[in-house]
Design a protein around this ligand. Structure first.
Ligand code: GLV
Ligand code: MN
Ligand code: MN
Length: 415
């Protein structure tokens, strides 16, 4: 690699294995939810690694974690990389983790080679990329970019009624929430390394994905309220069953996405809570989440409109009350061409075959890209499995991705 920089593959792969033990479920599955003991233990492990490498770090009021390798011109905006370590229930070992530990390895490798970049380099571990605990994904990067009203963030509660304010205080993060927002000149570039979470790189036999766009994504919480009653005694024509209405809504969403598949449109109802939840009781209330994504914002918006209109009609005909609460409605992201060029040049110099592709998952990069030139590097993952225990990224691909990231950071830090 450039200037005799070489990454320590054994160290990196060992750390990816090691951090997977900080989990609420047995291996190979990983569950690591914001501010739980597993999350805090994994954070502690990262701090130990940075300390051992002699790299200084700081944390903000949400627990976003920043590790710095000082450049020769430390007053210039830095070049940042990073990802997340939280994991949804029964996830795998690689989602997010590869970008955090790969980024740390990049900083260590550059330093160990005795190279001091012109711009400082910064690794970021973003708090709560996953929406598991508070219903909104990318909490840390949203805050850093100032893209969520602070009062809305303060009002967030988890399923047990614990507020984000309380949860972060319990985890030791007590500063003002507003202090999380970054200055607009904090970074010159941001680049995130991540597993693809889809099948295309593996199918095309390429080691590196160069991410040109990230899809636009929205999450809506829908509450449907009908009337409960005895499952044996209430005649069918007299029912307003909230779950039957929800079933129609699920199929409506599937249809709305189905015929827009060329626009990479997808719609998912991934959570459905039925009240009162007894086999012999008519469901009186259902709460569900609707996750809608597409490459173009207008396609995503048209799909949402179609589902919302359909919901109003079915609620009327079924005599069901409904609420439609948008939890997040995020823009699509276009990568910065200078970073794409640096990634391609790095991959080629290292002999790693590459392919340009769209990210169908969202990432912290979406929010960093609102203020800083940004892009992503993908590596293949087996069969595209992700958000499940079978998620697997081959060691040689993790190494290829980390080498490409390292070289890209060096190039960007010299600009
Ligand atoms: C991120 O994890 C996503 O849901 O795309
Ligand atoms: Mn994920
Ligand atoms: Mn991720």
């Amino acid at each position: 690699m450039r200037g005799d920089i070489s990454i320590n593959a054994e160290r990196l792969l060992g750390e990816i294995e090691h951090i997977s033990q900080f989990s609420d479920v047995p291996a190979p599955a990983v569950t690591r939810i914001l501010y739980t003991p597993a999350d805090m233990a994994a954070r502690h492990y990262l701090k130990q690694l940075a300390d051992a490498a002699g790299l200084p770090w700081r944390e903000d009021a949400l627990g976003n974690w920043f590790v710095r390798l000082q450049g020769t011109e430390p007053d210039l905006p830095a070049v940042a990389t990073g990802s997340h370590i939280d994991a949804i229930p029964y996830a795998g070992k690689y989602d997010g983790v590869v970008g955090v530990l790969g980024g740390l390895e990049a900083l260590r490798a550059i330093r160990e080679a005795g190279v001091t970049p012109r711009r400082s380099l910064e690794l970021i571990m973003f708090t709560a990329e996953e929406p598991t605990r508070f219903g909104v994904g990318c909490l840390g990067s949203r805050g850093m970019a100032g893209l969520m009203p602070w009062d809305a963030m303060r009002a967030l509660q988890d399923a047990n009624g614990v507020s984000l304010e309380q949860a972060r205080a319990d985890a030791g993060y007590t500063g003002e929430l507003e202090s999380v927002e970054l200055s607009r000149d904090a970074y010159a570039y941001f680049v995130e390394l991540h597993i693809e979470q889809g099948p295309f790189l593996e199918a095309a036999d390429r080691e590196i994905g160069i991410v040109t766009d990230i899809v636009a994504s929205t999450t809506v919480r829908v509450t449907l309220t009908g009337e409960g009653g005895h499952a044996g005694t209430v005649p069918m024509p007299e029912r307003n069953d909230a779950l039957a209405a929800a079933a129609e809504l699920v199929l409506l969403a599937e249809k709305a996405a189905g015929f827009r598949s060329r626009g990479l449109a997808v719609a998912t109802v991934g959570m459905l809570d039925v009240h009162p939840g007894a086999s012999n009781s008519i469901p009186s209330r259902v709460e569900l989440t609707l996750d809608v994504r597409a490459r173009e914002m207008r396609v995503r918006d048209a799909m949402l409109e179609e589902v919302h209109t359909g919901l109003k009609a079915l609620a009327r005909s079924r005599r069901i009350r409904h609420e439609w609460q948008v939890l997040n409605h995020d823009p699509a992201c276009r990568s910065d061409p200078r970073i794409l060029t640096a990634i391609a040049r790095s991959a080629e110099a290292l002999g790693h075959a590459h392919l340009s592709l769209v990210s169908r998952a969202y990432h912290d990069t979406v929010f960093m890209a609102r203020h800083f030139p940004a892009a992503m590097i993908f590596i293949p993952c087996h069969e595209g499995y992700s958000h499940r225990p079978e998620e697997f990224a081959a060691p040689e691909h993790i190494v290829a991705g980390t080498e490409t990231l390292t070289s890209t950071l060096v190039e960007l830090a010299a600009l």
